[in-house]
Design a protein around this ligand. Structure first.
Ligand code: CTP
Ligand code: MG
Length: 239
């Protein structure tokens, strides 16, 4: 990897092409409304508050006709990219769309549309901790529950050592060249990838967790909506 003297640029990719099957809301969960705005608008509003971002790419399903109705879709800093079958396909599509503009050492910050409670200070801390890192890293929190490994009958097989377990979140921040190559090679091997970090891991690029906040929840199931509502409301009054 070549490092130039010019500071690395930052790109943001927001995968927002999921259908929200576990939410079961009849529409993709990123378009559900909390405090008068869709979840996707909350997420983008926070990300657009970051200084020094070169471009924001949002992966949207080609069949999605809700996105164009959101005012934020007309924001000149945002580019719509076609999402793919899996989250990792959506992210890789966005990375490929940057091929002519991004350099290998540029930073790419990938953040789920479904995590609207992310704070700017957590993102800025992630960027600051990793600023000289050749690979990157992710926000995560130490696991606070006791974790059980079970067999097919749900009988407990083992209680895992919690001190070694962290729960991965987004943003995940990686160098453009390594991230793109790692996701492409995972796809070529047919490997299932649920976050960027596992693609880097599978390709032998060690990287770190940076401790984030437990309230950066991923809205996944119906009961998460009330929680996210409370978190957003509380953050709005304290920031
Ligand atoms: N995502 C995406 N492209 C896909 C699948 C998911 O861009 N093919 C995005 C989602 O929109 C979401 C993020 O990846 O912002 C995290 O995925 P997840 O929470 O699993 O969302 P969904 O896939 O929509 O939900 P489900 O798995 O319950 O269907
Ligand atoms: Mg999913």
């Amino acid at each position: 990897m070549t490092h130039t003297n010019t500071p690395s640029r930052y790109w943001i990719i927001v995968p927002a092409a999921g259908v929200g099957a576990r939410m079961g809301a009849g529409m993709p969960k990123q378009y559900l409304t909390l405090l008068g705005k869709t979840i996707l608008e909350h997420t983008l509003e926070r990300l657009l508050g970051l200084p020094n971002v070169t471009g924001v790419l949002v992966a949207i399903s080609p069949t999605d006709n809700i996105w164009p109705q959101l005012p934020v879709s007309a924001n000149p800093r945002i580019t719509r990219i076609d999402g793919g079958a899996e989250r990792s396909d959506s992210v890789l599509n966005a990375l490929e769309a940057l091929a002519d503009q991004a350099q290998a050492q540029d930073w790419v910050l990938v953040h789920d549309a479904a995590r609207p409670c992310i704070t700017l200070s957590a993102i800025q801390n992630l960027c600051a901790v990793l600023v000289d890192d050749p690979v990157g890293g992710i926000l995560a929190v130490p696991v606070s529950d006791t974790i059980k490994r079970v067999d097919a009958n749900h009988t407990i097989v083992q209680t895992l050592d919690r001190t070694q377990l962290w729960q991965a979140q987004t943003p995940q921040l990686f160098r453009y060249g390594l991230l793109r190559a790692s996701l492409a090679s995972a796809r070529a091997r047919g490997q299932t990838i649920t976050d960027e970090a596992s693609a880097l891991e599978a390709n032998g690029h060690p990287h770190r967790v940076v401790e984030g906040r437990a309230d950066n929840i991923k809205i996944t199931r119906p009961e998460d909506l009330a929680l996210a509502h409370t978190i957003l409301q509380q953050q709005e009054t304290t920031q």
